[in-house]
Design a protein around this ligand. Sequence first.
Ligand code: URA
Length: 199
Amino acid sequence: MRATSNSHNAVRETLRKLEAKAKVCQRCRLHKTRTNVVFGDGPPTAEVMIVSEAPGFWEDQRGVPFVGASGKNLNALLLEAGLRREEVYIANTLKCRPPGNRDPLPDEIEACRSFLEEQISTIKPKLVIALGRISAKELLGRHVVMGREHGALLDCTYAGASFKLFLTYHPAAALYGAETKQRLQADFRKLGSVLKSLT
Ligand code: URA
């Protein structure tokens, strides 16, 4: 028990120091336009981690991933899988908002990579949910066509950590059509069964 809480404290401390570094990061152009760095949110000992794309407007304002409408949307999807937000660690591929919510640029992803690498190698999740092609590509190191691969459960090693990787659409994709929304919901229901089989 004591050893467990000591190691939890060590994880917390590693993430705290990493977040402090991220908050003053100037490795790419996005530091000039950000309001806040959005480092990550959730229990440092989470078994399930979400990796999404980049902060949006409200996330940049608040410094927390998936707040406001995007947060409500994500929480509803998590419930389809029987998960509560409080038990999941949420991080983005980029820690700063790209202006106008444009796609992250390759040099921004590269500049930000070590933060995600250290988050994953410190938290050591059993399962990571990649939301959208940007985070899926970052974690797998290859191009992903979500229309073909959504709902897949893959073995993944990233930053020396090995975990199961579940691929699905970015929740914002649901805004573009009812069909994608249904696929996203079905993926999260499938994720619920996957999680049961992993425990
Ligand atoms: N979309 C993302 O990809 N990340 C957030 O934190 C919020 C919306």
